[in-house]
Design a protein around this ligand. Structure first.
Ligand code: SF4
Length: 358
């Protein structure tokens, strides 16, 4: 039986987005002038005027004939008291995705952008609002790059060295690996933003073949794995993908990921009140992490309730107790402050509201 995440999902239709092509591809398509300069102009939002790149007449005329110059529209913007901003972007076909802009703190120039890779998601994790939408379509590489450029233009930073990207928004990035990896190549290209791989993290719910494919690609971002349970019994209930790729297979794939010097893996665990936050769950997580707990990062994220979800936040002392058990076993635990919860921008809350206008 084919599972929803094994089926091909359509992407955007029409000619290639101008933001999806690398300089050598622009050149191969007959771009006039100096393709790396044109690429750089497209990718440097701080030089744009009126929301569009400044291009010479010949370049613009050529691009308009060969490519799609449409950028998503910022349809909505919700600002949290903690400085987090959720942008709802309307795509050319009217569908919406969400991008979350998180300054380190209110007065800090460093920003983490949480990017979406799909409209909806096929994986159906029980605690996730995006999963409840089902899958509508993949984003194209240009639409992924556009999230970065539009957020930088609207909210900063203007210096790419102050930017960190995490593919933890709507969708499972390894279910749209081709476009996600193309976007990473575009964002890393030295003629554009030149982002280093240590500042780009791709998070997966556990698509084993996708982890193996990403492991062999160049450039290769850092990897995060969303665990949420330390036993197959509980993980099967929370994350249907576990029935196809149980924990032993997932951790074997993570073990095959050849780490570069100073590279760290991240494991994520959303704490669901009364479901996976008991001491026995912490012990099971220690077992599941095995040797990884001594060298890599474990992020604990208290659940963000959203309408229709049967899950709630854990009680405060449960969170502390859970973290203490893990720390006593040598885990590098970070208790993630929930960002943007008041505007529905926190983990598991992104839904691209409205889907389509009208
Ligand atoms: S948690 Fe991630 S993989 Fe799971 S349904 Fe939500 S978006 Fe998809």
């Amino acid at each position: 039986m084919q599972r929803p995440w094994e089926s091909a999902v359509p992407g955007p239709q029409g000619p290639p987005s101008a933001w999806s092509l690398l300089p050598d591809e622009l050149e191969a398509l007959g771009c006039p002038g100096h393709p790396p300069s044109l690429f750089g102009a497209l990718q440097r939002p701080w030089t744009w005027q009126g929301g569009a790149p400044r291009l010479g007449r010949a370049s613009r005329a050529w691009l308009e004939g060969a490519c799609d110059l449409h950028l998503p529209r910022i349809a909505d913007r919700a600002e949290s008291g903690d400085g987090t901003v959720k942008l709802a972007l309307e795509l050319a076909d009217g569908l919406r995705v969400e991008t979350v802009h998180m300054p380190r703190d209110l007065n800090h120039p460093r920003v983490t952008l949480c990017l979406s890779s799909q409209v909806g998601c096929a994986l159906g994790c029980a605690f996730c609002a995006t999963g409840a939408m089902g899958i509508q379509r993949n984003l194209g590489a240009g639409e992924i790059v556009a999230q970065v450029l539009l957020a930088m233009t609207a909210l900063g930073p203007s210096n790419p060295s102050q930017l960190t990207l995490v593919f933890m928004g709507m969708g499972e990035p390894l279910h749209n690996l081709e476009a996600v990896h193309r976007a990473i190549r575009l964002l890393a290209h030295p003629a554009g933003l030149g982002l280093p791989m240590r500042r780009i993290t791709v998070s997966t719910a556990g698509l084993v073949a996708g982890i193996d494919r990403l492991a062999g690609l160049h450039p290769r971002p850092w990897l995060a794995v969303s665990l949420n349970a330390g036993t197959d019994g509980l993980r099967d209930q929370l994350m249907p993908v576990n029935r196809a790729h149980p924990l032993a297979d997932l951790m074997a794939a993570v073990r095959r990921w050849k780490l570069k010097p100073r590279e760290k893996l991240t494991f994520e665990y959303v704490l669901l009140g009364g479901v996976n936050d008991r001491p026995a769950d912490a012990e099971a997580l220690v077992q599941a992490l095995g040797e990884f707990r001594h060298r890599h990062n474990l992020n604990l994220i208290p659940m963000n309730a959203h309408p229709g979800s049967p899950f709630g936040a854990p009680e405060g002392d449960r969170v502390e107790g859970f973290a203490a058990i893990l720390k006593a076993q040598g885990c590098f635990v970070t208790l993630r402050k929930s960002r943007g919860r008041d505007v529905g921008a926190a983990c598991g809350q992104l839904v691209g509201k409205a889907g389509r206008d009208g």
